[in-house]
Design a protein around this ligand. Sequence first.
Ligand code: MG
Length: 380
Amino acid sequence: MTFATVIVAAGSSVRAGPGLPKPWRTLAGRSVLRWSVEAFAKAGAAEIVVVVAEGRQADASEVLAGLPGWRAVAGGATRAESVRAGLAALTGLDDRAVMVHDAARPFVTGAHIERLLAALDGADGAIPALPVADTLKRGGDSVSETVSRDGLWRAQTPQAFRLGAPTAAYAAWTGGEPTDDAAVIEAAGGRVALAAGDPMLMKLTYPEDFEMAERLAGQARIVRIGQGVDAHRWGPGEAVWLCGVRIDHDQTLVGHSDADAGLHAITDALLGAIGEGDIGEHFPPSDPQWKGAASDRFLAHAAGLVAARGGRILNVDVTLVCERPKIRPHRDAMRARLAEILDLPIDRVSVKATTTEGMGFTGRQEGLLAQAVASVETPA
Ligand code: MG
């Protein structure tokens, strides 16, 4: 079923505390308004009219940049006036349904929209509704009665209507300010179907709602895994750097920088997790400024790139493969140093060691091998 959408974003948000009105605040880096417009655009709305407060049209252009098929109109002093303005601005007369949605419910999805369009079959309107779970009391300072919650529902948005139904019903409406659009259809004698609501269609009303929404929005994140491998050759020396710790040894690892294969492998694992190439691209061995460099700066750079894209490191795990030196006595110091560089709790950092029982280049003590994996969480 083709459908048009009116998104109401013109309210003054007095209950939401100081700051910008709700639609213009951000949630996980996107404006609250953009969440809804994106969802309706993705679900195939033929037309999206965003109703904003007078003078806010330019703000809409800014926060909705790049999204198709929407335009902004100015709303009125009340929600009902804004809905009327939005309905009047619809041009797609071939649309068979119209959905009216509060911008303050950012987590609407295509599944909600499909469910409502299906429920519209044989009805004049369809609304998402949740049964009332809490016991209801009537009272002032104390309870005067317990109210039966039988047959009571909490109405949410978006609300779906046959095209023309809300326009005609609003024209005939003589009551005060309706609290939703279905009430207007009901008053005009229309049949409004109840579809399954969803707690995720929560309305941002009070300041604490934003905290909860921010946590829910955080679920729109993905976990990425990266791996890194590095090897360096043993050469003459008196100490070796491994995982940011200097260990006295009768040899050293040879390389352009300090040759800390452990740090290099973890750096590559982080770069791999965010698709940012490898350590050689960021710090070319041909560049003299990295000669003898302490490798903790390479790892800190990779961690900075994760943070720059709104990500955070979940854990890192590195395995050092060598016959000598013994890693075990230094393991805790290595974990502590890695935790410090990456600003992670120590239980998110693992250092392990193994030998290859005399086999291969590590067994013949020609060189040391390090392998690492890292997991990071980033916005989806
Ligand atoms: Mg290296």
